[in-house]
Design a protein around this ligand. Structure first.
Ligand SMILES: [Zn+2]
Length: 321
């Protein structure tokens, strides 16, 4: 049963996604937009030197002259012919509209729409709150994700949609609720069976390659499914997915220069054994820094990634109509 809205709002607690809004980001977005506008008249040699995050982060709209294509790999690439997921649908609402990241390859957009409707009608999940897909032309971002670059990744909140249309302001400010107590334990006061049905549905679509969740969520899915089901293999434990999950689809047939990851094939068929045990242990997690007698010298920041590091086609994407 969906929570009543007032409880839902009050229950909303911490969330990292608050980062990425505010005056500092507005300024860097404005700078990026100015650079993106200039890029359209540059030659290839000049383009290669531009910072990739800025040029792609400054794109206001999709290419309109090119057919849809995902180019490169999930964490190094871009997108032509991106389509916007409508901000309000029959069973979803897009959050954080100021980020302008509700763009995807048409296959991803269609999948999110279908998933939202099916989750609402079949799983007792009151519609999706949708986080980031990609920028209008994909590419690296000014803030946040390493992936989400080729229009085939989508973040979905683990908080169900309320029964009313949220205002623009609410979509910026509402915080998601954590479904875990810590990196080893689910929060049984927040987690429901509808969460489990929702994730199973997402993993069951053939076009979905992977779903990323915080490790205790994978543990809960294994427990709930009694360790059975091929779809479990696609549910991958990963850092940071404690208030949302991440859906990644396979390269679409129309995208010959899109690179799939190897298929998720845990040894035991589900990932509920050794792989999960590894993620519930301490090994994958960063260690707290040791106290040092003399503080280490600050490391030189790495130079920003330039457009030359992305597939060559991505330079045509930032200059295309
Ligand atoms: Zn994500």
């Amino acid at each position: 049963m969906p929570m009543p809205i007032c409880r839902w709002l009050f229950a909303a607690t911490l969330l990292a996604l608050a980062a990425g809004t505010g005056p500092a980001l507005a300024q860097s977005t404005a700078d990026a937009q100015a650079l993106a506008a200039k890029a359209s008249s540059m030659n290839d040699k000049e383009l290669k030197k531009l910072p990739a995050k800025k040029v792609f982060g400054g794109q206001k709209g999709p290419t309109t002259s090119l057919k849809a294509r995902a180019i490169g790999s999930y964490a190094k690439g871009c997108m032509a012919g991106g389509k916007a997921l409508e901000v309000d649908g029959p069973a979803w609402q897009v959050m954080r509209l100021s980020r302008n990241r509700n763009w995807g390859h048409p296959e991803l957009v269609a999948l999110v729409e279908r998933f939202a409707v099916e989750a609402k009608t079949k799983d007792g999940w009151n519609g999706l709150l949708v986080g980031d897909l990609a920028q209008p032309r994909g590419g690296p971002m000014l803030s946040g994700h390493a992936s989400h670059q080729i229009g085939l990744d989508a973040d979905i909140w683990l908080t169900p949609m309320p029964d009313r249309t949220l205002t623009r302001k609410e979509r910026e400010e509402i915080k998601a609720k954590l479904v875990v107590k810590d990196r080893k334990h689910i929060d049984p006061d927040v987690w429901t069976e509808a969460h489990a049905r929702l994730l199973k549905r997402a993993a069951s679509y053939p076009e979905v390659a992977r779903i990323f969740v915080h490790p205790p969520i994978k543990a809960e899915m294994c427990r709930w499914a009694k360790g059975k089901g091929e779809w479990l293999a696609k549910i991958r434990p990963y850092f940071g997915h404690n208030w949302h999950f991440h859906i990644r689809i396979n390269c679409p047939a129309d995208s010959p220069n899109c690179t799939n990851q190897p298929e998720a094939r845990p040894k035991d068929g589900t990932g509920c054994g050794d792989e999960l045990a590894h993620w519930l242990g301490d090994k994958p997690w960063p260690k707290p820094p040791k106290p040092e007698a003399t503080p280490p010298k600050p490391a030189k920041p790495a130079p920003p990634l330039t457009l030359s590091a992305l597939p060559a086609e991505c330079r045509a994407i930032v200059t295309a109509e």
